[in-house]
Design a binder for this molecule. Structure first.
Ligand code: ADP
Ligand code: ADP
Length: 230
């Protein structure tokens, strides 16, 4: 990911908000980056643009050597569904669908044949320790289990990039820790991860932390973490 002088201005009636004010950032394959900063500083806007859910007002965003700025929504959706997995604070599961159906959804969007879908859903559910929950509905699960379902859904398509917006924000510390350990495992296996967080502890699992303020990146540090300390 190479981002250059990226800006985003939201216009609503007579109000104009500059959410991003010239961000430049390079994220290499296999990086695990945390994005921190006060509420309203533009973290989610940045993540949404990187995830191709939103488009910037100016600047350049190169993903896998291709310019994403100016792509039509149809083409953005195509790049998004093959390359990007999302994990949200409030899990964003569909309550009316079973755990199996929730995890299967991105495979249906990606037109994976049904015979392969079952196998993929079962494999990822097994890995995340929720295989015995596939027939349940989200509301029947604890918060930690719901987030594992959301992680399974994000991973079932083997995305190149995982975007996590406060993934532990609604979890107690035990379940939060489990999610962070999951992300750490994925990173160790080569995943590229961008995570928005308010937690210094969560950020300590990542390699790099950027701090944002008023739509710009004002500092970056590389984390040294000794897991034995915990
Ligand atoms: P953060 O994630 O750091 O809390 P956001 O990226 O959500 O910050 O928001 C950055 C700024 O952009 C805020 O001032 C917010 O109110 C504004 N903003 C975000 N989304 C919209 C929107 N859809 N319409 C108008 N303003 C928005
Ligand atoms: P936690 O303390 O991890 O948040 P909970 O107290 O919410 O967990 O749930 C404990 C266990 O009970 C979990 O295995 C969860 O799946 C199960 N459980 C919670 N609510 C329901 C429900 N409404 N129906 C079925 N199982 C439930």
């Amino acid at each position: 990911i190479t981002i250059n002088n990226l800006s985003k201005v939201f216009r609503t009636e007579d109000v104009q908000t500059t959410a991003l004010n010239g961000i430049s950032l390079t994220i290499n394959q296999g990086d695990f980056l945390s994005i921190m900063g006060p509420s309203g500083c533009g973290k989610s806007t940045l993540l949404n643009i990187v995830g191709l859910l939103d488009s910037p007002s100016g600047g350049s965003y190169m993903l896998l050597d291709k310019e994403m700025v100016g792509l039509k929504e149809k083409d953005r959706a195509e790049v998004r569904k093959h390359n990007i997995g999302f994990i949200f604070q409030n899990f964003n599961l569909i309550d009316e669908l079973s755990v199996f159906d929730n995890i299967e959804l991105p495979l249906i969007y990606n037109k994976v044949p049904s015979s392969d879908r079952r196998k993929k859903v079962e494999e990822i559910a097994e890995k995340l320790g929720i295989a015995h929950r596939l027939k349940h509905f989200p509301q029947q699960l604890s918060g930690g289990q719901q987030q594992r379902v959301a992680v399974a859904r994000a991973l079932v398509t083997d995305p190149k990039i995982i975007l996590a917006d406060e993934p532990t924000g609604n979890l107690d510390s035990k379940n939060g820790n489990e999610v962070m350990e999951l992300l750490t495992d994925l990173h160790a296996k080569g995943a590229t991860i961008l995570m928005v967080t308010h937690s210094d502890y969560d950020a300590s699992f990542s390699q790099r932390t950027i701090h944002m303020k008023d739509g710009v990146v004002f500092s970056e540090k590389n984390n040294q973490r000794n897991i034995d300390v915990f």
